[in-house]
Design a protein around this ligand. Structure first.
Ligand code: NAD
Length: 337
């Protein structure tokens, strides 16, 4: 069994821990937190050994009635791999710790691409991460774009991508984020940094992105235009996407008109935390005009990177090839709405 340490048990970390626990070849060795809060309490409730990420604050856990298994150094030392799910920039500071104990590490999309050997998306470049020591699972938006672009590149070739990313202001728990009543060009400079991030997965891709932020917490929405290298019928693209396990084509009959109903559907379907691990593409929006393909897709920022972290663990440790890993992850998590 692969022993997995999770350093940073917030939005992404707690979801990765639960997904790892579902895997037949992995175990959660422990999770590290900086301070006791509701997430620390639920981690203990789920039976995850809790480690103190910051030595000086370790006493706070005991005072809150939470037993600590040890310092984060012990966790990193004993683990086969660490998933660092700390806030942007902290992963870079933790790299030294992982190197000290010679433990390979996964980082998240908030870290810079040059921190790592490989930026990762399971569908697009699984093999690149085999035996790498430091791997970055790309952001929610880059994951969402990569999953769509990989099959299009393989089948038709992609000449140019233009994408507008309408981003949620914050996650549901991020009470300090906004905007509350505004629509922001964000970043206001064009093209945005999101395109170059997708190029860390496909280095020869021509992509321009624009970013906005809106007063929403549920999901991001992408408006996508891909100029293909050949003319293709929209129905053919729909069929191709339907074969991709991490692309959910929202059928017209479901009458899902936006992120609100998508999340409601996820809850009704019994998804943990209402998570939607798949890209949600409105089937009717998939259209072609000449060589131009258009579509709208919703991206659940809190969860689409979770199966990617599970696959990255197997890639780094050479525990499975891409198809085997994706299949196991999909099956155990229940991916495929
Ligand atoms: P979060 O704030 O929800 O969780 C981070 C956790 O790490 C918190 O519990 C925090 O207390 C803890 N932490 C802080 N400093 C720490 C330290 N030194 N050691 C250990 N733990 C520490 O953040 P998040 O949304 O889970 O984001 C984590 C990473 O994932 C970031 O790189 C982010 O860019 C990326 N990401 C976030 C989303 C999203 O929408 N939330 C989506 C994709 C990728």
């Amino acid at each position: 069994m692969i022993q997995v340490a999770i350093n940073g048990y917030g939005t992404i970390g707690k979801r990765v821990a639960d997904a790892v626990r579902e895997q037949p070849d992995m175990e959660v060795l422990g999770v590290a937190k900086t301070r006791p809060n509701f997430e620390a309490e639920t981690a203990v409730g789920k039976g995850y050994p809790l480690y103190a990420a910051i030595e000086e604050r370790a006493d706070q856990f005991g005072e809150a009635g939470l037993e600590i298994a040890g310092p984060v150094e012990d966790l990193v030392d004993d683990a086969d791999i660490v998933v660092d799910a700390t806030p942007s920039g902290i992963g870079a500071k933790n790299k030294e710790l992982y190197e000290e104990y010679d433990t390979p590490a996964l980082y998240q999309g908030g870290e810079d691409a040059d921190l790592v050997d490989v930026s990762f998306n399971a569908r697009s470049n699984f093999e690149d991460a085999v035996d790498a020591d430091h791997v970055r699972v790309v952001s929610c938006n880059t994951t969402g774009l990569s999953r769509v672009l990989a099959p299009l590149r393989e089948a038709y070739g992609v000449e140019k991508v233009r994408a507008t990313l309408v981003r949620r202001g914050g996650d549901p728990g991020q009470t300090s984020r906004g905007p509350i009543n505004d629509i922001l060009p964000n970043p206001v400079s064009i093209p945005s940094h999101h395109g170059p991030d997708v190029e860390t997965i496909f280095d020869d891709l021509d992509i321009d992105t624009l970013g906005m932020k809106v007063p929403a917490t549920l999901m991001h929405m992408h408006s996508l235009n891909v100029t293909l290298e050949e003319e293709v019928d929209a129905s053919e693209v729909r069929d191709r996407f339907a074969d991709e396990s991490r692309l959910f084509l929202i059928p017209e009959r479901m009458d899902i008109d936006g992120s609100g109903k998508l999340k409601e559907y996820a809850h009704d379907s019994g998804r943990p935390r209402g998570d939607i691990w798949e890209n949600c593409i409105w089937e009717e929006s998939i259209s072609t005009v000449g060589t131009d393909l258009y579509l709208f897709q919703g991206i659940h920022q809190e969860s689409d990177v979770v199966p990617e972290n599970v696959d990255a663990i197997r890639a780094v440790l050479g525990a499975a090839d891409a198809d085997e890993s994706i299949e196991t992850t999909d099956e155990t998590m229940g991916i495929g709405l």
